[in-house]
Ligand binder design. Sequence first.
Ligand SMILES: [Zn+2]
Length: 259
Amino acid sequence: MKMYMFEAGVLKSKQQYFTLNKGIDKDFDVPVPFALIDHPKGKVLFDTGNALETVHHKEEHWGSILAAYDPVMTEDQWCANAIKKVGCAPEDISYVILSHLHLDHAGGVGHFPNAKYIVQRDELHFAYVPDPYMKAAYIRKDFDKDVPWVILEGWRDDGFDLFGDKAITIHFTPGHTPGHQSILVNLEKSGPTFLAADSCYTTDNLQNGTLPGLMWNAGETVRSVERMRLLQDAHGVTIMTGHDPEAWKSVKQAPAYYD
Ligand SMILES: [Zn+2]
């Protein structure tokens, strides 16, 4: 099994959106990561980054949220194109696991014709009727598509084992949004690696308990990060954060891979 990490461009932003009350108005350009896992039983994407429309029509596609998060992405960095650089076509993808449906994660929904899309029920519901403060982060035209959804049910499905061999397990990590999920990838040489996505943006959120600047529920956010720290400290799991410009510098990017 191989895991490739990709960057679907960056979001030009400010630090306080990622670390609450820290770095007010400080420029903070964060990576938009997604992963391709090549498992013997199927190829899996974890997240899909921004929509292709953000390359040429971002004002029209993203609207008011551009004031806080400005995407800079090339056509080659868009998920369905980027995977071609490791010899993978959109038709080859069997599963797309979506951490959540925010605009910098759900931009590739509907572009993988043979894939099932794995999402939490709470996320899908919230994405259609979000609380007002989070409405701008969900672009309905990105995810309102007639694709084959696989719906997971929160704690009941926590630890869902995708291929039945513990290679990729899906973990409920609510807090950032009601239906956020992360994955644990059990790599042979690199060891167990937890792709947190937005349940843990940065190393500061992980190690120091700094709250993120945007969240649905603070208590759930803290609990999800605490479980990650336990995985790290007690099980030696590597935690890969979701939008940390510093940590991202040491991540191997495709075509290099983790195995
Ligand atoms: Zn994000």
